[in-house]
Design a binder for this molecule. Structure first.
Ligand code: 6R9
Length: 635
């Protein structure tokens, strides 16, 4: 009778129908039967997309770490919760059992309490993929502090902006990090960031690369001695289902990153339920998601979803190319990984390498392959299916977003027949709609439009930290009573969805969302630059790469162009991080603008993609003559 684990297609349709006919009753049953609550809810759901206000399991009390850790102790105490695979294959992997995880999280929680962190305080976590990262996030959740994990590839100014936006009092970092054959001076980046973050009073530093680093008296402390002294048990703070669990920043169409706020009860229920079904996780399985916990995929499907199911989740510190391009497959063989979840950009990069890197490893443990982060192209899909899955492991192409908290459209493996490049069917409880530009829903099959969701699901983000208006404007104002995703999609003859890509000013580069606005802001700060516009263009491995059109000021005109290109990319690296560097920079005399002064990115996108046969109507531009100049100089 339980609908928790779906095992065949007929059952999917049945459960799906039930979940959309009476969402409250459906989610109430899932929540009731599969989680531990200190107190049940008074009301399953109240919502109003026009405000927008969404509340799931209102009045319920719980602590998510009791669901992710404590409740497993009697039956799974010795089971590996986190399997840590270090950057260096010669360093031993670490099997952290549920019992040990409990102890580590409690110690870390006590350290935070000791440093004065209370329920509702924000804690910034800027760590590489080492166990302390998961432990720190869970420790925050243990005491009701709100974690804000910042991906450790972000630069000091990006880090500072995120710390200041949500006013983190405390930051957890490490002396440095390993990335393949390189080491990165994380603490140096932190020190620079904190010059501009007066709110941070305490910095706890984990030791990873054991280098000598400056520690600032009264602010910085080594983490390990504090953990060693801390008490190994910590009473969980009782949280309201709608209390914030974490903030995670994502790019948008203005320069300022959006701090998406996820709350506790609904997020837990939805990430756990999707994890169980989308990966068909069974008790003895070893599950590996290669994402970084600095992204939503890591939050939901390395930490919370797997642990809520008592799973063994692999945490990988390294990169796919170190010590060689066989590393992923070596790890799959070594730990007998059953579910493997990665990004198309990694698949495309590996597909360029010799097949020996795969064929020299035994991948027979694999049962499910996952893809996330961007559309997977047909070639990459077939390569993954043939060479990694040996045509035996279904590929789950999972579409979702930081804002959605969990997987929204995806096949269920061994249940939903897959089609290359299609995310296929909505997950249980998800009601997608395709909309036209006039705001009308496009019904029927074989149609395309802008992808919206009609009804709330438990893990939808509740607001943008400190800016509810922006939350409403970005997601709920384009279409009445709908959540707008920013993606375009098509629905085929059998009702399968294929995501076609962003329809806004976000470009997905190697699976990372990059708003063009913050990059433009960064370029425009260069003293030689007057104005700039960034667009994406197709790239073999990265999916998209960035193309910058830059107008120089008079002072820049006489400068050496090659040096300018270097300086601009250096500036972007400092402001945002190396992931936002431009592949191409073209210096232009002007940018095509509408009469209201908006840059016509549509035209620039076509020029950058070398698709200039049909530029569309340019006569309405303020400066149509500039288009030819730009085309002549295109790279
Ligand atoms: C989970 C995650 C969200 C954006 C999303 C879309 C793109 C993600 C996809 C996909 C096609 C898929 N995206 N998964 N596009 N097929 N399976 O990636 O969150 O970093 O917020 O990115 O990524 O454009 O809107 P996030």
């Amino acid at each position: 009778m339980s609908n928790y684990h779906i095992k065949h297609l007929e059952e999917y349709f049945q459960v799906y129908r039930k979940s959309v006919r009476n969402p409250e009753a459906f989610w109430e049953e899932i929540a009731e039967e599969h989680f531990v609550w200190r107190k049940k809810w008074n009301n399953v759901l109240s919502w109003d997309f026009s405000k927008p206000e969404i509340k799931w399991f209102e009045g319920a009390k719980l602590n998510i770490t009791e669901n992710c850790i404590d409740r497993h102790l009697p039956t799974r105490g010795d089971k590996t919760a986190i399997l840590f695979e270090p950057n260096d294959p010669n360093e031993e992997a670490l099997h952290i059992s549920y019992r040990e995880l409990h102890e580590r999280v409690c110690r870390m929680a006590n350290v935070l309490l000791d440093k004065g962190i209370k329920k509702g305080d924000r804690v910034c976590i800027y760590l590489p993929m080492i166990p302390e990262l998961a432990v720190a996030a869970l420790a925050c959740a243990r005491i009701g502090a709100i974690h804000s994990v910042v991906f450790a590839g972000f630069s000091s100014s990006a880090l500072a902006a995120r710390i200041n936006d949500c006013e983190c009092k405390l930051l957890i970092t490490s002396d440095g990090s390993y990335r393949g054959s390189k080491t990165i001076d994380l603490k140096g980046i932190v020190d620079k960031a904190l010059d501009n973050c007066p709110v941070v009073k305490t910095v706890l530093v984990a030791k990873r690369i054991n280098t000598d680093i400056p520690m600032i008296d009264g602010r910085d402390e080594w983490l390990q001695p504090l953990l060693d002294e801390a008490y190994a048990d910590c009473v969980a703070e009782i949280m309201d289902a709608e209390d914030p669990l974490f903030i995670l920043y994502t790019s948008g169409s203005t320069g300022k990153p959006k701090g998406m706020v996820h709350t506790t009860g609904g997020y837990m229920v939805y990430t756990a339920y999707t994890f169980k079904n989308v990966f068909q996780y069974r008790e003895e399985d070893i599950y590996w998601c290669t994402a970084d916990i600095g992204w939503i995929t890591g939050h939901s499907y390395i930490v919370y979803g797997p642990l809520a199911n008592g799973a063994t989740t692999v945490m990988f510190e390294g990169v796919p190319s170190y010590p060689d391009f066989g590393r992923f497959w070596e790890v799959v063989e070594k730990h007998k990984v059953n579910q493997f979840y990665t990004a198309p950009t990694a698949i495309r990069a590996l597909a360029k390498e010799n097949l020996d890197f795969i064929d020299s490893h035994d991948l027979s443990s694999l049962k499910v392959l996952g893809s996330v982060g961007e559309p997977i192209n047909e070639e990459a899909w077939h390569w993954y299916n043939t060479n990694v899955g040996k045509k035996q492991s279904p590929i789950v192409d999972t579409w979702w977003q930081t804002e959605t908290g969990g997987i929204m459209i995806s096949p269920i493996p061994y249940v939903t027949p897959t089609t290359p490049t299609y995310a296929t069917l909505p997950f249980i409880g998800i009601q997608p709609a395709l909309m036209d530009e006039e705001g009308k829903e496009i019904k029927g099959k074989q149609v395309s439009g802008r992808l919206c969701i009609k009804f709330p699901w438990p893990s939808i983000a509740r607001t943008i930290w400190g800016n509810h208006e922006r939350y409403r404007d970005t997601y709920f104002s384009a279409y009445k009573d709908m959540y707008f995703t920013g993606d375009g999609a098509l629905r085929d003859a059998v009702g399968y969805y294929r995501i076609t890509g962003r329809v806004d000013d976000v470009v997905i580069v190697s699976g990372h969302n990059l708003g063009t606005a913050p990059i433009e802001d960064s370029i425009n700060e260069h003293p030689a630059v007057a104005e700039s516009a960034i667009v994406g263009f197709p790239h073999d491995i990265k999916g998209n790469a960035l193309y910058g059109f830059v107008i120089l000021k008079e002072v820049g005109e006489s400068r050496n162009r090659e040096n300018l290109v270097k300086e601009i990319n250096q500036q972007i690296t400092e402001h945002i991080g190396p992931i936002a560097k431009l592949d191409k920079i073209q210096f232009v005399p002007g940018l095509p603008k509408t009469r209201s002064g908006k840059i016509m990115r549509r035209i620039l996108r076509k020029i950058a993609s070398k698709d200039t046969a049909n530029l569309g109507d340019t006569s309405t531009l303020l400066n149509p003559e500039v288009v030819k100049d730009i085309m002549d100089g295109a790279l």
